[in-house]
Write a protein that binds this ligand. Structure first.
Ligand SMILES: [Zn+2]
Length: 133
């Protein structure tokens, strides 16, 4: 085995030895470290129309499942939707607008902080049009 060939215990992206408990599986027998998994997710987000992320506990960021940031939350609205549970409470849903590092706008729906968030690419921001004189 050459020095550059990834062995079973090495990240296929950066080739550093994998740390136990900090391994992400990206394909059949292909494993990467957490920092490379984050880079992969950020690159996927660059071209994705839809993406599934997580809403951070403080509600300020959309993150990878490891907790590394993907987008910054700009606005949040919550609503009670669907059928009531046995205590008569309807589940809460969070509606978010967020912006990622590539300056793309996203709309996201989540059950709340610490839970998944389904992201959808928002229409690009239109430049302000000057009114005709
Ligand atoms: Zn790596």
């Amino acid at each position: 085995m050459s020095a550059l060939e990834p062995s079973a215990g090495r990240c296929v992206d950066c080739l550093y030895p994998l740390e136990k408990g900090k391994i992400a599986v990206v394909g059949k027998r292909r494993r990467v470290c957490y920092s490379c998994a984050t880079v992969r997710e950020q690159l996927m987000l660059r071209t994705a129309r839809r993406y599934t992320a997580y809403l951070s506990i403080d509600g300020s960021r959309l993150t990878t499942w490891i907790g590394n940031p993907l987008a910054r939350v700009l606005t949040t609205k919550t609503a009670r939707v669907g059928f009531a549970d046995v205590r008569g409470r309807r589940p809460e849903r969070w509606y978010l607008m967020a912006i990622d590092d590539w300056d793309h706008s996203w709309l996201a729906i989540s059950p709340g902080p610490g839970m998944y968030a389904r992201m959808r690419r928002a229409a690009p921001r239109k430049p302000l049009r000057k009114r005709a004189p």
